[in-house]
Design a protein around this ligand. Structure first.
Ligand code: WT7
Length: 648
């Protein structure tokens, strides 16, 4: 065993009880919520839902016709009222809702609940004026600026369904999402700042819209100020429209089960899935988890570093914190701009108390060194969170000591785009944590481990499974209910299959090990191998492509592609670059492969199936597994030599 491995094992064995000072002031101080939820799960969730404001009470808490759940049946509410109006009415309009920090240093805004309320009302009127009605879809393609929250909440106010597309996605990805959702309006910006450069959002949006029939209007926010073409009759400036809009827009009473948003995520086919979330259950779930997992009080400044283009941003930058009425921080740019200590400078400047980020970021911070956080006063931090991928014990320990000063509990939270909110997590005032373990299910969530036959695994390895419906669960895949049944509900009867492998120890703690399907997690972003393969074979030079994940020190996983060129074409360095660029253009830079290996053949079974397992062994530099089922075992040996030659 290597010393690294021994250290990891020792770290995993360590136990961190919540510090007494933290527990004494925590919202949850004992195990009664777990007990309460076990005895009456529906009653427990109804207690949470009652903390929201309803326009009409529900008749039934849950209607479960597997695989379809309805929560708070018959109830009516509006998400924007819950995030804004009720706080203003309660006299908290002067409280800061969003602290915004732009990427160019010095760019800063503080927005109160009353101001956000007024802007959301105005923008809701703007959308109405552009012909957006209840149930219509609006695509949002914006940088991390307060207007992204304004646009989302304005949709919610009038009952329109938003679909936010991450600004790092390409024009083609945006077009696919607009088409699938049949969006009518796009909200975008001239550009956005990223690592000092400008992302040409309007230009991408124009390209996307040129190839899609349904878009009637484009609202363009001025952010970077660079000139962009505006098409008469279709494109309108955000500030012009806002200047003419009334600051009062009555909220639409929405059914608890009315759609709130669609968010696209990668699956095992080339086509991303439109995950549909509805209103009452989703808001209840994110409200509850924001409150208890992050232990948030009025005095806190909560910073979740995720982009609003991902579910983490939806649930823990916008809906959760605002439903709770606390102060959330939003940062526009990269962690290393202008310096690699930007995050810590922001924490110190704004007195961040609760900080939530991804392991890939933590590993980058480790590499950049402890001197950077040491330059800043991080003493206001009292709780740290992790999300998006398994956190290795070494990164956990570093986060605990170097960022948390040894005094902050760490909540490692497991969940997914599909689950809407956090599912497996410590409660920071009560749970003894172990580095690398997400611990146990949140009260009211029922998780276990099953084997392929659906038998429960008490201790050992298995598939993670959720055995009863929960309020924030996805309701379907937009436009494809059959795929919804197939992907999530066909492995075991009436049980949700998240696609993750996990192990459980005798203390009942879960250790999430990662995806068991053809989905990769690159720097906390979910990427389907099929999507990248489709992008590669779309290039005229490519005959065939196979993409696998390989371990990467910082990103967790990186993409390795094996490409067969069309007859007679020469494998060259410029072509390799061109193919990487092609993938970035088709999907977005996040899907750009790290390695491309050209190969005359790919290892296939006698029935013609590509043996990804062997390609993975090659990419990882492991000894080759069983090759006896291959049509031509020599192919894989050749590939391995070639790969190793390229690496060295
Ligand atoms: C996948 C979901 C949920 C927000 C961000 C990602 C992995 C997520 C953890 C964690 C181990 C984790 C899983 C999951 N994952 N959190 N704490 N420990 N793995 O959302 O893009 O829908 O990806 O991320 O593999 O299935 P997503």
């Amino acid at each position: 065993m290597t010393t690294d491995r021994i250290e990891t094992l020792l770290d995993e064995q360590r136990r961190f009880a919540p510090p007494a000072a933290f527990s004494a002031a925590a919202l949850v101080r004992d195990l009664t919520p777990y007990e309460r939820a076990r005895q009456d799960r529906e009653g427990y969730w109804a207690d949470w839902a009652r903390q929201l404001e309803w326009m009409r009470p529900w008749d039934r808490v849950l209607e479960w016709t597997p695989p379809h759940a309805k929560w708070f049946v018959g109830g009516k509410l509006n998400a924007s009222v819950n995030c804004l109006d009720r706080h203003v009415r309660a006299g908290n309009g002067g409280r800061t809702a969003l602290i915004w920090e732009g990427e160019p240093p010095g760019d800063e805004r503080r927005i109160t609940y009353a101001e956000l309320h007024a802007d959301v009302n105005r923008f809701a009127n703007v959308l109405k004026g552009l012909g957006v009605r209840r149930g219509d879809r609006v695509a949002i393609y914006l940088p991390m600026v307060p207007e992204v929250a304004v646009a989302m909440l304005a949709c919610a106010r009038i009952g329109a369904v938003h679909t936010v597309v991450f600004g790092g996605f390409s024009a083609e990805s945006l077009r696919d999402r607009i088409d699938d959702a049949k969006a009518k309006v796009v909200v975008t910006a001239d550009g956005g700042y990223r690592r000092g450069a400008v992302v040409p959002l309007k230009q991408n949006a124009d390209e996307a819209i040129a190839a899609t029939p349904g878009i009637e209007h484009v609202v363009v926010l001025r952010r970077t100020g660079q000139p962009v073409p505006m098409r008469a009759g279709r494109d309108r400036w955000w500030d012009d429209l806002m200047a003419g809009a009334a600051a009062d827009c009555p909220p639409e009473p929405m059914d608890a089960e009315d759609p709130l948003y669609i968010l696209y995520t990668s699956g095992t086919t080339g086509k991303p899935k439109g995950i549909l979330h509805t209103t009452g259950g989703y808001l209840t779930h994110v409200y509850a988890t924001t409150k208890w997992v992050f232990d948030l009080k009025d005095s806190d400044v909560f910073w979740c570093t995720a982009d609003v283009g991902w579910v983490t941003g939806h649930s823990y930058v916008v809906y959760g914190p605002l439903a709770l009425g606390v102060t959330a921080l939003m940062y526009e740019g990269a962690p290393d701009h202008p310096g690699k200590d930007r995050f810590w400078a922001i924490c110190a400047k704004h007195g961040v108390t609760v900080f939530y980020t991804a392991p890939t970021a933590i590993r980058a911070f480790m590499k950049w060194g402890p001197e950077l956080p040491a330059r800043h006063d991080l003493s206001r931090l009292r709780l740290l969170g992790s999300v998006g991928e398994p956190i290795n014990p070494e990164a956990w320990m570093w986060y605990h000591r170097t960022i948390g000063g040894g005094r902050c509990p760490i909540v490692d939270t497991w969940w997914q785009t599909e689950t809407g909110g956090i599912m497996i997590t410590p409660l920071p005032g009560v749970t003894t944590t172990r580095p690398g373990s997400a611990t146990i299910a949140f009260p009211g969530i029922e998780a276990t481990l099953l084997d392929g036959e659906g038998r429960e695994v008490q201790v050992g390895g298995g598939y993670l499974a959720i055995t009863s419906p929960w309020p924030g669960m996805l309701r379907t895949i937009w436009g494809d209910d059959e795929r919804y049944r197939q992907v999530y509900w066909s492995k075991w009867p009436q049980t949700y299959f998240p696609g993750d492998g996990a192990k459980r120890e005798d203390d009942g703690y879960f250790w999430i090990l990662g995806r068991v399907d053809d989905v990769l997690n690159v720097a906390g972003h979910r990427i389907g191998t099929m999507e990248v393969e489709s992008a590669l074979v779309d290039h005229p030079a490519v005959a065939e492509a196979a993409v696998v994940g390989k371990s990467h020190e910082l990103k967790g996983q990186a993409l390795a592609a094996f490409v067969t060129l069309k007859e007679g074409l020469q494998a060259t360095e410029p072509l390799r670059e061109e193919l990487k660029q092609h993938v970035a253009k088709k999907i977005g830079a996040l899907a750009r492969p790290d390695d491309i290996l050209f190969s005359a053949d790919l290892p296939k079974t006698r029935s013609g199936k590509i043996m990804r397992r062997l390609l993975k062994d090659i990419a990882e530099g492991r000894a080759l597994g069983d090759t006896t089922t291959l049509a031509d075992p020599a192919v894989v040996a050749r590939l391995k030599d070639q790969y190793e030659a390229q690496e060295s």
